[in-house]
Design a binder for this molecule. Sequence first.
Ligand code: IFM
Length: 401
Amino acid sequence: MDDFFTLPEGFLWGASTSAHQIEGSNTGSDWWAFEQAGLTDRIEEPSGDACDSFHRWPEDMDLLAGLGFTDYRFSIEWARIEPSPGRFSSEAVAHYRRMVEGARERGLRPMVTLHHFTAPLWFTERGGWAAPDSGDLFARYVEAAAPVYGEGVDHICTINEPNMVAVMAAALRTLTAGGSLPATSLPLPDEAATEGLVRAHRRAVDTVKSYAPHVRTGWSVANQACRPEPGCEEQAAAYLHPRVSVFLEAARGDDWLGLQAYTRTRIGPSGPLPIPQDAERTLTGWEYDPQALGAALRHTAATVPGTPLIVTENGIATADDDRRIAYTTGALADLAEAMAEGVDVQGYFHWSALDNYEWGSYRPTFGLIAVDRKTFVRTPKPSAAWLGAIGRTRVLPTASS
Ligand code: IFM
């Protein structure tokens, strides 16, 4: 392969965030309630004011555009738009509309996520995604949000990591029944929630298209590298299937499919193996594996051939920004290689634009931009300038560069 790979015209080059993780004071959401109740010991601290991006989004966008990014993926918050069932906040809709316009004014193309892990507390209390009418309720919210995306938005992600949302539904069921979660693993996705999420995705796609037929719709599935020990390929496939494949298959026919990859799981004869003692771990405790992205890209492309892919998240939680650059260099080399092989990838969004609330703690720092937890002052890290500049040159490093 050549030393450099030039990204095609129109390729999306951005960073990602989610509302709950950066806005602050998302008081009507289920996660806010989980944090106040200390639902599990995995919640070390509440999100509180987060990065105060509810007020500081213009500064966030100024920084991203100034760094060279051409795209920004952010989510809108259902709990703010529909604070109680059937009652919609026109102020919240106008707020997110201003964000779309603000992105465009700065030369950033907004990718809008409609649901990123958090739902209104009222929705979760009445059964969440497993309830038979969850798709109707989601479609009603998506319809109310139409002024946000009617113009100026080319890409909508309906639901972020539906596979993890279904895992969380299973975890919530266990916890509310007085059970506890295993220390090092996660439950399988809840089946009723999985069906509800697939239905909701389809309803959301139809709703978006009915208001804005030009919008390219998809959803983003969490994937990873599954590294089987010699002879354990079947176990690896069985491990991945309920966690990922169901959600990938549900994307058939969509305009694009998002994938998010960070790490690997080693698979032995009886399933997942512990991370070896001497392996490098990131601040989330995951094994350092820049090649996770290439593995996830190839697996996703093979599962849903013909569907264009967008990397909607990829990154590393680290306090060492040199490691962030090293990790991302490896991931981008894999991306270039997969594209050179013919995998149709149409964009890359780094997770995350900002150091933010990592679902229970501010300790794992994924951000290209540091945020002072008291003053909220933003300071771009060297990785931000390095990665943003690729938006101007459109040239990716390759393994041979
Ligand atoms: O922070 C999360 C994000 O909300 C969803 N994808 C994985 C990220 C890192 O854990």
